[in-house]
Design a protein around this ligand. Structure first.
Ligand code: HEC
Length: 115
């Protein structure tokens, strides 16, 4: 009996672990869009990648490979100017991982601009 309970608890634990790991993945369009919002990209680069100010670039439909390389350069400060500093001084933006950069680039490339 005790063993059965232990087994049940263990399998429940494994189930929840699987649930957590699957929800933190960035493999659906909604996950990638959420990343764009929670990493604050939206505050400057705007809804659907159309920027909120004339000195901020639009990112919608930009080439995926280019987005990844620019993001990496900006974060490593290889590409640095007064405006990229706005990005790199933002603690949430700078905390983005390589996997998240790849996911957010897919999101920006595939943005549909028509309603
Ligand atoms: C505080 C405002 C701000 C935030 C937040 C921000 N950016 Fe930026 N981003 C900028 C500005 C300004 C530039 C243009 C810098 C320049 O003129 O060189 C830029 C440039 C870029 C570029 C290069 C675009 C190009 O055409 O070369 C990419 C890609 C980019 N941002 C992605 C992101 C992503 C992804 C996030 C979220 C993780 C993000 N940015 C968050 C302000 C911001």
């Amino acid at each position: 009996m005790k063993k059965t309970i232990q087994l049940c608890v263990l399998s429940l634990l494994i189930f929840f672990l699987m649930l957590i790991s699957s929800t933190s993945a960035q493999d659906s369009e909604q996950d990638r869009e959420r990343l764009y919002m929670t990493k604050f990209c939206i505050t400057c680069h705007g809804q659907k990648g159309i920027s909120v100010a004339p000195n901020y670039p639009n990112l919608a439909k930009q080439n995926e490979q280019y987005l990844v390389s620019q993001m990496k350069d900006i974060i490593k400060k290889k590409r640095a100017n007064k405006l990229t500093l706005l990005m790199t001084e933002h603690p949430v933006v700078i905390s983005i991982s390589d996997e998240e950069i790849a996911a957010v680039a897919i999101y920006m490339t595939n943005i549909k601009l028509t309603p």
